[in-house]
Design a binder for this molecule. Structure first.
Ligand SMILES: *Cc1c(COP(=O)(O)O)cnc(C)c1O
Length: 414
C-alpha cells in the first residue's frame, strides 16, 4: 500500500487502510459477523486474553470491522483512541461510568439532550453521583462549581434546542487548572469541521446516529479520547495513570467499562457508518449551507417570531460559533412561532419536511421539542432548561433549498 500521509480530510475519509489485507482484496472493509475468533493454541489464547497481544477474541470487546471504523475516525481526528458504541447514549453513559464514583460530582450544563439530563439526574443520582447544573456561558460560575470531587465537566458544543455556545477554550483552561476532564458532546458539529482538541476538549462524545450514519441508517456512538487530561488527578483513573499516563481513560474504558457494560458497536452498524463517514464532509457542507440560506429567508416570513441559528450574523453566539466551528454553523435551527398551537399547526401542514425526531438525516425533519423530547419533564423543569412551547426545531437535509422554503411558507399560511 502507498503511504497516505498529509491527506486532506475529504481524502482521508475514503482511504484509511485496513490493518491487514483481506483474503480476497475486498475494496470495502469486510463485515466480520462473528461473535468469537479461533486460536491455534492455548498459549496464543492466554496472550490475547491477558492483553499481551492484540488478537481478536470476542466481539463484545472488539471486532475487525468496528476497529476499522474506529481507525478511520482516529485518522481524521488525530485522537489517542476512538471507541465505538451502540448509541450516542451508550458513549455518554460509558464515559461517565469510567470517570465518576459514588460521592463524586459532574458539573453540567442545564441545556443538554433530554436523555443525557435524565442519565445524570436520575440514573447516576441513584448511584450517589451528584450533577451540578451550571451556566456554561459563565466561566467563573463553572470554576466555582468544580471541587476536588468533580469527576468531569460536561456540555454540548451547540445546545439543542436553545442553540447556546460556550467558550470552550476558557472552560478548558479552568478544567486543566482544576484537574477535571472537559467532556463535550459534539454531535451537532462533525469532527471533520471542528477540531475539538485544538480548543482544549479532553474527551469528545458523539451520537454517530446523526451526521456520521448518513441517511439515519443506524444508531451509534463514539468516544474520542485525546489523552490530554492528566489522569493522575482522577480518583478512578489514577491507579492506571502510573502505567498508561494520560492514556489511562482509554485503558479503563477498553479493559473494564466496554467489556462489563456490553454496549460496543456491532459489525454491521460499523459497516454502514463507515459508508456514512465517507460522505459526511460533503453532506455537512451542503446541509449547513442550505440551513443558513433558509434561516435568512425564514426571517422575513409572516408568522415567524424569531429564527434561532448561530450562522446568522445577528445571533448573539455568531462570533464565538465562528471562532470555534468555522464558517459552517450546522444543519439545525429553531423557529419560534406565536404559540404552541401555531407550532402544532405548522408541523401538521408540512408536506415535504418529515415529522420526526432525530437530526441530520438526508431528509429534513421537524419536531416540537417541548411536547416530545422534553414532553415528560414538568413545565418548571422545561422552563429551567429554556425549552419553550413556542419553538419548532428543524433539521435540514439535502433537499433543494427552494423546496424547503416553499414547504415552510405554505405551512404557515392561513
Ligand atoms: C441524539 C443525541 C444524543 C443521543 O444519541 P443516540 O444515538 O440517540 O443515543 C446525544 N446527544 C445529542 C446532542 C444528540 O443529538
Amino acid at each position: 500500500m502507498t503511504a497516505k500521509k498529509n491527506l486532506a480530510t475529504a481524502s482521508r475519509l475514503l482511504h484509511t487502510d485496513y490493518p491487514a489485507r483481506d483474503a480476497y482484496r475486498s475494496l470495502s472493509m469486510p463485515v466480520y459477523h462473528t461473535a468469537a475468533y479461533e486460536f491455534d493454541d492455548a498459549a496464543q489464547m492466554e496472550a490475547a486474553f491477558t492483553g499481551r497481544t492484540a488478537d481478536f477474541a470476542y466481539s463484545r470487546l472488539t471486532n475487525p470491522t468496528v476497529a476499522h471504523f474506529e481507525n478511520e475516525v482516529k485518522a481524521v481526528t488525530g485522537a489517542h483512541d476512538v471507541m465505538a458504541f451502540s448509541s450516542g447514549m451508550a458513549a455518554i453513559s460509558n464515559t461517565f461510568l469510567a470517570l465518576a464514583h459514588a460521592g463524586s460530582n459532574i458539573v453540567a450544563s442545564p441545556h443538554i439532550f433530554g436523555n443525557t439530563y435524565s442519565f445524570f439526574r436520575s440514573t447516576l443520582a441513584d448511584f450517589g453521583v451528584e450533577t451540578r447544573l451550571c451556566d456554561m456561558t459563565d466561566p467563573s460560575a463553572v470554576e466555582a462549581a468544580i471541587d476536588d470531587a468533580t469527576a468531569g465537566v460536561f456540555l454540548e458544543a451547540i445546545t439543542n434546542p436553545q442553540l447556546e455556545v460556550a467558550d470552550l477554550r476558557a472552560l478548558s483552561a479552568i478544567c486543566r487548572r482544576k484537574g477535571a476532564p472537559l467532556v463535550v458532546d459534539t454531535t451537532v458539529i462533525p469532527f471533520t469541521h471542528f477540531r475539538a482538541a485544538d480548543c482544549g476538549v479532553d474527551i469528545e462524545v458523539v451520537s454517530s446516529t446523526k451526521y456520521v450514519s448518513g441517511g439515519a441508517t443506524s444508531l451509534g456512538g463514539l468516544v474520542i479520547d485525546y489523552a490530554t487530561f492528566d489522569c493522575s488527578r482522577s480518583r478512578r483513573l489514577a491507579p492506571l495513570a502510573a502505567q498508561f499516563g494520560n492514556g489511562a481513560f482509554t485503558a479503563k474504558m477498553r479493559r473494564e467499562i466496554v467489556r462489563n457494560l456490553g454496549a460496543y458497536m456491532t459489525p454491521h452498524v460499523a459497516y454502514m457508518q463507515t459508508l456514512g463517514l465517507e460522505t459526511m464532509q460533503v453532506r455537512y457542507e451542503r446541509a449547513s449551507s442550505t440551513c443558513l440560506a433558509l434561516a435568512r429567508r425564514l426571517q422575513s416570513l409572516p408568522g415567524i417570531v424569531r429564527v434561532n441559528y448561530t450562522g446568522l450574523e445577528e445571533n448573539p453566539y455568531h462570533a464565538l460559533s465562528r471562532s470555534l466551528f468555522g464558517d459552517k454553523a450546522g444543519a439545525m435551527m429553531t423557529v419560534d412561532l406565536a404559540s404552541r398551537e401555531a407550532c402544532f399547526r405548522m408541523i401538521d401542514r408540512l408536506r415535504l419536511i418529515r415529522r420526526a425526531t432525530n437530526l441530520f438525516d438526508n431528509k429534513s425533519l421537524a419536531i416540537h421539542p417541548a411536547s416530545t423530547i422534553f414532553g415528560t419533564f414538568s413545565e418548571e423543569e422545561r422552563r429551567k432548561m429554556d425549552v419553550s412551547q413556542q419553538t419548532v426545531r428543524l433539521s435540514i437535509g439535502l433537499e433543494d433549498p427552494d423546496d424547503l422554503f416553499e414547504d415552510i411558507r405554505q405551512a404557515l399560511n392561513d
